[in-house]
Ligand binder design. Sequence first.
Ligand code: ZN
Length: 497
Amino acid sequence: MGLPMLALAGFVVYLSFAGADIADERERRQFEESLKIEEAKRISAAVVEVTLARQGQAKAEVERLEKEGLGATSTGNATSRPTSSSSVSSTAGSGTRPQARKGAAGAVNGKLASGQSLFGALTAHELSISQIQPAINSLSTIFDFRKSRPKDRYEAHYDARGNILELRYQRNLEVVYVAKRGKEGKYAASKQDVPVKSKVVSIGGTVRGTLSRAIIDAGENQKLVSKFIDIFAYDIDFGSDTKPGDTFRLVFEKVYIEGKMVRYGNILAAEYKGVKKSMRAYRGGDGGYFDETGQSLRRMFLRNPVKFARITSKFGKRLHPVLKTWKQHNGVDYAAATGTPINPIANGTVLFAGEKGANGNLIAIQHPNGWVSYYAHLSRFGKIKKGSKVTQSMVVGYVGSTGRSTGPHLHLGVKRENGEFVDPLTIHSTRSVGLKGDKLRQHKRRVKEMIRKLDMTRIRPPSKGPEEPMPVGGDDMGGFEDKPATSGKPQKTTPHN
Ligand SMILES: [Zn+2]
């Protein structure tokens, strides 16, 4: 095939990618959205149950009211008791704001609205400011209210005089901060752990398209997918190394409150058997992951800076789809949806974070031994600035399509201490230190049990139904300077693995 034909073929491929991009992106969003809704439903159901169970008096109160036909169903989540039906009032414009009734004991509860403080929320319930203040002051000795977020839960019980007897504040499902009124109106604050139960479960499945899809088909969600990918992130690129027929098995914990699952605990053991790569990982006592022999799976460089991405362009000379000229591509392109979080490939210090010509929004990170990594075309930055220390687990920025780019993707470039760009996919870095002595002996005991569990786990056959699509994006980035990349010596396009 002559060069013009090749160019034409490249152009056609490019066009069909661009077309697929829009539809794929929409479907993917819908899919993600449905996941989020499901998750939210599950969590809110759990919260309601927990709150109800902890209300004690309040719950009994509600039941009593319901018997009397005065159930607070029309006033949202209030459980206050009116002294007489005529005293029920509502503020202008909002008929649902539950209020503390004067002259009667009761309770109010709710979730913080966006931008609302606990103080604001309680005053909106018309609790007296002179009562709210000391209760909140007491809580603030054990909880930093600057960390308050919308949807944090609160609950206040008051007596007939309007004294707040107990104020409860729940930052998450598992911890409640409580201020209790003692004698002479003094409050004592305490932190209470909600009792949780953790159950060890295992799943196994077969990949047909993406790993995400396969794990979700096994009845779990994206959060577990993330945890799984994190474990193998140094060795397996789940965007490009996964092939139909690959299998996985997982032994992990599910955390329950009052019978409802609220989150995943730790993954205790994980297995991936692939055409390209097969591995097993076991959690060590310190939280890291190791192989059977106690060798750490952690390396200096992460395999991939984005979890859910596909490599659309590798390092080296390539025929540019639009310009139809041969250009050096000094990095790897990962196609991912706009907003996908980016982790640095190694710990380091931010050298640059800002806009830079064709790179669009760019981050440069300095690593040990003179290595520098570059992240281009970002939609926005994480909480970093020049000089920030970053770790592999931090989000430094988000995928975008700023600068010279044809669609949302991350361009990753890696430079050695001698100033040469290298293929990020061929960097081999040594593993972190493994387990020794007692720790190794303990690990080997745990591994024995985990091998048994993994081996017993049934691998589900691949599911039918639509596959989750991935977005596409690309660029013609030769380097990270404002001037185009110099031709230099030819680089071989070594595919990884
Ligand atoms: Zn690129």
